[in-house]
Design a protein around this ligand. Structure first.
Ligand SMILES: [Zn+2]
Length: 271
């Protein structure tokens, strides 16, 4: 008499470098083995990849292959895993990584004209620019000096995908990155903008909201890794373990021209 032993082990590891993502992976049993599915409760697309540990099983996939999950959708079919020899023991194991957005995206709208991230008729100093020496080495991020409570405007239309506004702690070292308050907005070209250090409970928007360019979305602050009251903004393409920050053009003055901003300059938004 043939005895069949079945073992099943699922190892699921999510790497969440910047924020926890609402992604769940699960399987359904079939007569040939398993079908693997994912729920994506993030509002935007999410990239996901797997590493397999299979015994007597064959996946209709491969290690490191990137799948793009649709935003706000459950039950997304990914691939099959088939039993090779039904008379023998089999074991399913995998780990997965995910991040918001399309991690394979390299191209974006380089000519898009961003709004300065504050109200019309106001002016602020760009204290630290792209690749700045204080904390922006190798990063295309911008720091505008502004008082706590200053209204922050959306630089571009988009969909709000992350809001963290619960923190109040601040310090001048990287240990305080974990206390950053921020809003992340997903743009139509696949880039994201992050608006950081906003006041505790300073967000005017919530996850799932669509924002318009120029709309007031937050009150600026001095929360997290911050040396003084300021707004940190960055536009980036996502990667699994990092983000590719990009330079963008901003409308300045009366809005008749767009330029790459330069450190220590004062910029006005009269449009
Ligand atoms: Zn900064």
């Amino acid at each position: 008499m043939l005895r069949i032993l079945l073992f099943l082990i699922i190892i699921s590891i999510t790497t969440e470098i910047f924020a926890k993502n609402q992604v769940k992976v699960y399987y359904e049993r079939t007569d040939f083995g398993y079908q693997i599915f994912a729920d994506n409760d993030e509002m935007c697309p999410v990239s996901i990849k797997f590493e397999f540990e299979l015994t007597n099983l064959e996946a209709d996939s491969e290690d490191g292959k990137v799948y793009l999950l649709e935003g706000d959708k459950k039950g997304q079919y990914l691939f099959d895993v088939r039993v090779i020899d039904k008379g023998k023991t089999y074991r399913l194991g995998y780990r997965f990584w995910n991040n918001i957005g399309d991690v394979l995206l390299d191209e974006y709208d380089e000519d898009f004209e961003y709004y300065l991230p504050f109200k019309k008729s106001e002016s602020y100093k760009l204290w630290q620019g792209y690749d700045g020496s204080f904390s922006h080495q190798g990063k295309n991020s911008l720091d505008f000096t502004m008082d706590v409570g200053t209204p922050v405007a959306a630089m571009r239309d988009g969909l709000v995908v992350k809001v963290e506004e619960s923190n109040s702690k601040n310090c001048n070292t990287r240990d305080c990155i974990q206390y950053n308050n921020f809003i992340v907005v997903y743009h139509s070209d696949g880039t994201f903008a992050e608006y950081t250090h906003i006041e505790k409970n300073g967000s005017k928007v919530k996850v799932g909201d669509r924002v318009k360019q120029g709309q007031i979305i937050a009150s600026s602050g001095n929360v997290g890794f911050s040396s003084g009251p300021h707004l940190h903004v960055v536009v980036f393409l996502p990667r699994f373990d990092d983000r590719l920050t990009v330079k963008t053009k901003f409308l300045v003055g009366d809005g008749s021209e767009s330029i790459y901003l330069e450190e220590k300059q004062i910029y006005s938004r009269n449009y």
